[in-house]
Design a protein around this ligand. Sequence first.
Ligand code: ATP
Ligand code: MG
Length: 472
Amino acid sequence: MFTSCTEKERFIFKKIAHGGENLQTSCYVIGGFVRDKLIGRNTSDADIVCVGDGIKLAHEVAAQFSPQPRVAFFKNYGTAHMRVDGLDIEFVGARKESYRYHSRNPEVAPGTLHDDQNRRDFTINTMAISLNKDDYGQLIDPFGGIADISEKRIRTPLDPAQTFSDDPLRMMRAIRFASQLQFNIDEQTWQGIKDNVERIQIISQERITDELNKILMSEKPSVGLDLLYQCGLLHRIFPQMVDLAGAEYKEGWGHKDNFYHTLLVVDNIAAHTADLWLRWAAVLHDIGKPATKKFEDGHGWTFHGHEVVGARMVPKIFSRLRLPQDSKMQFVKKMVELHLRPISLTKENITDSAIRRLLFDAGDDIDALMTLCKADITSKNKKKVRLYLDNFEMVQQRLHDVEEKDRIRNWQPPITGEMIMDIFGISPCRKVGDIKNAIKDAILDGVIENNYDSAYDYMLIKAKELNLEPVK
Ligand code: ATP
Ligand code: MG
């Protein structure tokens, strides 16, 4: 079994085995590490379970190394952690668990290896490898985890309904594993999820969002997002996304199902970026569509202004999902707001001024925006896709040329709000913003030159229109 481990990992496991032998405590590698090794995925953490005191074992193991790794331990949980050679190792004593209805935190009592395997969520996560002298390296797989790996199957070892009711976070984990590993959820396990979706309410938003982020970081996030939708979890954790679903027909006009369109966009972008926040922008790019949907006679369905409405929804959605409220949220908001702009630049006779405006508004995020726009092309017609991509190539070339010439990306207008307040002796008010914007627009439109003197003269003209005289 250890054949798929690195030299370094095998060395570390030998040391752990020594520690266990010294204490006469049996110990095992268990859970995610074993699963990932069998699948052939990279792992950087290993869980060690022992029939005894995990913290004591950790200290004994640390003493086997020189220099000795630092042991961090948590008495309340009976767990200890150390890091050796880039491998995070977690120690815990084998335990039995029993759950109460209103909490996902179980009553815990010491138990056997088998008890410990029983409490684990999916068969593929229950497997253990012995680190004991008698059967060193032996795989202990009481629930058919190996078979489930080869069948690519997510299945609970015990009754699914009980498993998910005990700890509803497991529903999110099942779907996250299905998405990460591209495995299928076994039929009874799936039924267990569908029957327990309302139990998700006892789980903290932070934990739910952690799983959601892991789904988004998987190779094909649509797998997980669609499963969340199909079982009804998405309705509870992210109803705005469910509102995108469905296509309506009226007087022969239809519109696309924006939920499935969004899933395609997310998969497209996942192939081009590992940036979680750009992936979130793909999830949210059309989120304003349900609120702006209208049927116009003779025109069909429209979603005018959905990018502005959608951008306004971003802070609230981020706050509800306990995602950060900082620059990452601002980035996503900006992407949503600007996601149609490059399309408007694919028309003919686009002026430099329009290009400069987009460079100014997108700044350093212009490349991310172009990645989003390309991912937004989901037509099944290959010719159309080619045409749209070619158009974007042209836009990108123009953006590049104008940026070379005018350096707009990180540009700030030569006259700031503070300067305006100072020159006219006024405090912050709307007029300051109006003058500042007028100067910016004039420069971007090429009406005046991009320098301080031209901006100053222009400022005087605009101020006069607003009945302002300089005090200096
Ligand atoms: P990853 O590290 O990729 O998130 P993992 O399966 O290793 O996946 P961890 O959260 O590191 O997940 O948990 C380690 C092991 O603990 C799991 O493999 C599983 O055996 C067990 N486990 C984790 N969370 C639960 C849970 N909610 N219910 C039951 N067992 C769990
Ligand atoms: Mg893990």
